[in-house]
Design a protein around this ligand. Sequence first.
Ligand SMILES: NC(=O)c1ccc[n+]([C@@H]2O[C@H](COP(=O)([O-])OP(=O)(O)OC[C@H]3O[C@@H](n4cnc5c(N)ncnc54)[C@H](O)[C@@H]3O)[C@@H](O)[C@H]2O)c1
Length: 358
Amino acid sequence: MPPLRAGVIGLGVGKSHAEGYHQSPHSTLVAICDSNPQRLAEYAQKYQLPASACFSDYQTMLAQSQLDIVSVCLPNALHAPATIAAHQAGAHVLCEKPLAINAAEAQAMLDAAQRSQRHLMVCYNYRYRADSQWLYHVVHSGQLGQIYHVSASWRRETGIPGWGLFADQAMSGGGALIDLGVHVLDLALWLLDFPAVKTASGQTRALFGPRRRKMWLPPGQTPPPFEVEDGAVGFLRLASGASMFLQATWGEHTLPLEDHMRVELQGTEGSAILDIPNYRKEDTLRLYTEIEHQAVTITPSVRWDAPAYQHIGLVLDVVEKLAQGVKPTTDGQQGLTAVRVLDALYESARKGQEIQLD
Ligand SMILES: NC(=O)c1ccc[n+]([C@@H]2O[C@H](COP(=O)([O-])OP(=O)(O)OC[C@H]3O[C@@H](n4cnc5c(N)ncnc54)[C@H](O)[C@@H]3O)[C@@H](O)[C@H]2O)c1
């Protein structure tokens, strides 16, 4: 089978997708698209792409490039239209997170994938950390027993994006919850094999962004209006009887420059913590259990095999599975599940009451 013809739309985080397609023996990067001409020129040069492979408009790229797979790495509100267009052009799509700004758009994307008989996948790169993968196997081996509670958070001391469209409600669909919270929500749901979520209760706040505090602001730039939340908490009841606590902040008073992801699973035979301060790779795991009736702490250290790490690892995996005709692991249905939960948390925050999910 010839290598898949790959294209990338949006070259912010999309640059890592481009690198993955470039590295994989199963794909060739044949087209890139960005409305920013400097970015486009930078990556055209890096990957030695001719002018005919570089586009400022994704519809033109899709019409002219006969792509097998497209990465959609645009602001959140553009995920749905670009993905649907790519499916209509006959391509598989790897879409950045969150899949969409609401469940109706995510469902329309899945419908388009089904109509075109192509795969829709979501870029949940944190599943591809070696420690996340190891924890997944621990949970699935049953060593923690029955999981009865999960606590998942991503919290930043200073991290309110002062550029781009992140603070624009219409373009992003929300703030810290949809941006950071969706990653740890996905990790938690993935570790539990996507249990049904029965109810969601959420609360959001915007306490720092409106005052331009705790903001990453490129020098000389005026921040856009701040329309979204900079912090959120959520509580989910799962059909299994387990509970889940969720927290996401772009800014709060804590350790200077702290940027902290954490997923804690409590089970009847053991608890496990994935604790990732400042993206570190070492010493991120703890297991608590009993051996011979003694409470013990286990400190696993897992091996990291480059380059299968995060975005590039995810792209390599996706392309290899497609080349082998195997169903990719990060599927669009899981992306829709997370967006449904986010919708319910935002609705709960607006109404001040718990929301039932179907
Ligand atoms: N998986 C992750 O860890 C991760 C990390 C960062 C961002 N993201 C997601 O990736 C998406 C993009 O975020 P980003 O940080 O790369 O943003 P960004 O603003 O840095 O980059 C977006 C790029 O898209 C281009 N663009 C915007 N509208 C366009 C259009 N209509 N046509 C062509 N190009 C257009 C912009 O010029 C820009 O270069 C978001 O959905 C975000 O949530 C995911």
